[in-house]
Design a protein around this ligand. Structure first.
Ligand SMILES: Cc1cc2nc3c(=O)[nH]c(=O)nc-3n(C[C@H](O)[C@H](O)[C@H](O)COP(=O)(O)OP(=O)(O)OC[C@H]3O[C@@H](n4cnc5c(N)ncnc54)[C@H](O)[C@@H]3O)c2cc1C
Length: 421
């Protein structure tokens, strides 16, 4: 069933796809978005539990250098609010010991020459003598990357870190309202141009452009932007010329895995916590057993008190087998281990698992595995004829963040518009 020919088809309605579509819309280019699921937003997913409380089940934090996200939050009728992170607040381990060397790893990775690629875990052994420090750093990185450090290419991580164009932590600000509103704003501009529930299975480049095949039918377009994460894109089938160009780069990625739990409390008991006999305010807890678990104070200044736990990598994969009830119990148990029974008195809680998601991949995003192409993002960023990829992972700036997804979508749309037949 061949249907109408469009100028551009965007595959995927996450932030990258929606930003690409809005850019095409503003340029007056005829386009359609084809989305696999029944909603747009991809990993952006807000959960409003009642009139006062909402949770972000996916992304939450931005900083002021993430200018496109800041612009979208404002355009959606919200503002950027500061996260409550006073200078005197400290990081502790789950053994209740203060930690102050968390940024050491990033500094050493920056200084590392990276001539020969290595597994990330090999660098911990080289950079740190102290077994305790090594455990903390490797647990923290397992949360940040959502992937066991044995599987990660250290050179590729160094390259990804270099694309984080900010001196500021990514945690400094948040949107005043649910990020779903950003998606609604992007949707409003392109109303009627999104087809839902149509996973794209195949993209074939022809002399006239591209044929896009879904379970429901075929679309013809002069150009295509595939705006899905690289691991998910690797499961779409491509004509031989596109395969030659991109398959090795797509196969260079491996998915993360993350479970996110958030709690709202009436009393911020972590503001007065005893560490070695002294009362301290806790900003962050890093667990070493299980590895890859981090809790942070995610409250916005002047608003209700919140804690958020991220359970990453192997532990997330293990818990994903168990179902949500068990995951909630485990998250509550881990918090109680540090703060005691007061952690049980929460007013609201939300939990979400991003593990092996059929359309969003897993974790915050995908990373280049050991043995993968270190420059895979560069390959995927470069359009081929009238075909382009977009997704956060390959963004020139802020990869694996919402900002990267938005900029990557805009970049792909601008390149396709420039090379329009
Ligand atoms: C728990 C969690 C916390 C995070 N925290 C933060 C944070 O605090 N700050 C931050 O900036 N970022 C954060 N991130 C990362 C951020 O969410 C992502 O970088 C960003 O949303 C990725 O957008 P994307 O459009 O590239 O991909 P996605 O959001 O994965 O969108 C891909 C879209 O393509 C669709 N699709 C897939 N396959 C097909 C197909 N075959 N056919 C048609 N459609 C298809 C999917 O359904 C989806 O809509 C977090 C992520 C998670 C999961």
């Amino acid at each position: 069933m061949a249907s109408k020919k469009y100028q551009t088809i965007v595959v995927g309605g996450g932030l990258a796809g929606m930003s690409a579509a809005n850019t095409l819309h503003n340029k007056g280019i005829d386009y359609k978005v084809i989305e696999a699921s029944n909603r747009s937003g991809g990993k952006v997913l807000s959960d409003r539990q009642n009139a006062d409380v909402f949770f972000e089940l996916g992304p939450q934090f931005v900083n002021k250098d993430m200018t496109e996200m800041a612009r979208l939050i404002k355009a959606s009728g919200m503002e950027i609010k500061e996260t409550d992170m006073p200078e005197n607040a400290i990081s502790i381990s789950s053994m209740n010991q203060e930690i102050d060397n968390l940024t050491d790893f990033d500094t050493r990775l920056d200084d590392w020459d990276g001539q020969v690629d290595e597994r990330l875990s090999a660098l911990y052994d080289r950079f740190f003598d102290d077994e305790g420090v090594k455990k903390i750093i490797s647990s923290n990185q397992a949360e940040l990357l959502n992937i066991h450090p044995d599987h990660i290419s250290a050179r590729a991580l160094k390259e990804v870190n270099a694309r984080y164009e900010s001196e500021m932590s990514d945690l400094t600000h948040q949107s005043s309202g649910p990020l779903n509103q950003v998606i609604s704003y992007l949707e409003k501009n392109i109303a009627g141009n999104i087809f839902y529930n149509e996973p794209v299975q195949q993209v074939v480049e022809t002399n006239e452009g591209c044929t896009i095949i879904t379970g429901a039918g075929e679309y013809e377009a002069a150009s295509v932007i595939v705006a899905v994460p690289p691991t998910v894109a690797s499961r779409i089938s491509y004509s031989p010329n596109l395969k030659d160009q991109y398959q090795e780069a797509l196969n260079s990625y491996t998915d993360g895995a993350i479970i996110k739990a958030s709690w709202v409390y009436r009393q911020p008991f972590w503001h007065n916590h005893l560490v070695n006999g002294e009362v301290k305010r806790i900003q962050e807890i890093i667990y070493t057993d299980p590895k890859g678990v981090v809790v942070m104070d995610s409250s916005k200044k002047g608003e209700e008190h919140r804690l958020t736990m991220f359970i990453g990598a192997d532990e997330a994969k293990k818990l994903d087998q168990e179902g949500e009830e068990h995951q909630r119990r485990m998250a509550n148990q881990l918090l109680t281990e540090v703060f005691g029974d007061q952690a049980k008195n929460y007013e609201a809680m939300a939990l979400s698992a991003w593990v092996n998601h059929p359309y969003c991949g897993g974790g915050y995003g995908a990373s280049v595995h050991i043995g993968g192409k270190v420059d895979a993002a560069e390959t995927l960023r470069e359009p081929f004829h009238q075909f382009a990829f977009a997704c956060s992972e390959i963004a020139e700036a802020f990869p694996n963040f919402m900002e990267g997804a938005v900029r990557s979508g805009q970049h792909a749309a601008n390149r396709i518009a420039k090379e329009k037949r």
